[in-house]
Design a protein around this ligand. Structure first.
Ligand code: HEC
Length: 147
């Protein structure tokens, strides 16, 4: 009797372990090195970038008179350890600086894909989503596997 009760009491506990073991793996263990966007998406982003961003950040993303570069060591150091969602939100809220918030979520995701390709992070077979919550689960790491 006592034993049976103990076993029943353990069920919720066991479920917690099962959930912990399965759910967060996809959400947290991803990084920019896991092929999180497609080349096709980046090509769409390239067009959007030249229309909305290149005038300040330069056609080669190397920065301009006022605007910082969006490729290379300094840019990657700025975002290292943060999430792709943080970068997405930064762009969504404050860019293009002369018309913040004028681009749709899909357009921002496509531009972000282009920035990732320009920074030589690998392409994959699934497009980068436009949901900030999902993007927050993808780590921006300037070097593969942390440092
Ligand atoms: C009118 C000029 C202008 C345009 C157009 C513009 N930016 Fe910017 N951007 C800036 C300036 C200036 C800064 C730095 C000051 C600041 O943070 O606002 C900046 C900063 C940034 C940063 C932060 C860089 C870092 O290292 O932290 C990102 C990312 C960025 N811009 C992306 C974009 C994207 C993507 C677009 C196109 C959708 C865009 N910008 C369009 C002027 C511009």
């Amino acid at each position: 009797m006592k034993l049976k009760f103990a076993a029943i009491a353990l069920i919720p506990l066991a479920m917690v372990f099962v959930l912990r073991a399965t759910v967060p793996i996809h959400a947290q263990d991803k990084s920019v090195w896991d092929g999180i966007y497609t080349h096709e998406q980046s090509e769409r982003g390239k067009q959007l970038y030249s229309d909305a961003c290149a005038s300040c950040h330069g056609p080669e993303l190397t920065g301009g008179e006022m605007a910082p570069p969006l490729v290379g060591g300094d840019f990657q150091a700025d975002w290292n350890g943060l999430s792709v969602g943080d970068l997405f939100e930064r762009i969504r809220i404050s860019m293009p600086q002369n018309a913040p918030g004028s681009l749709s979520g899909q357009q921002n995701a496509d531009i972000l894909a282009f920035l990732l390709e320009a920074n030589k992070f690998p392409t994959g077979t699934t497009e980068l989503p436009k949901e900030a919550m999902i993007l927050k689960g993808i780590k921006f790491e300037s070097k593969k596997n942390g440092n």
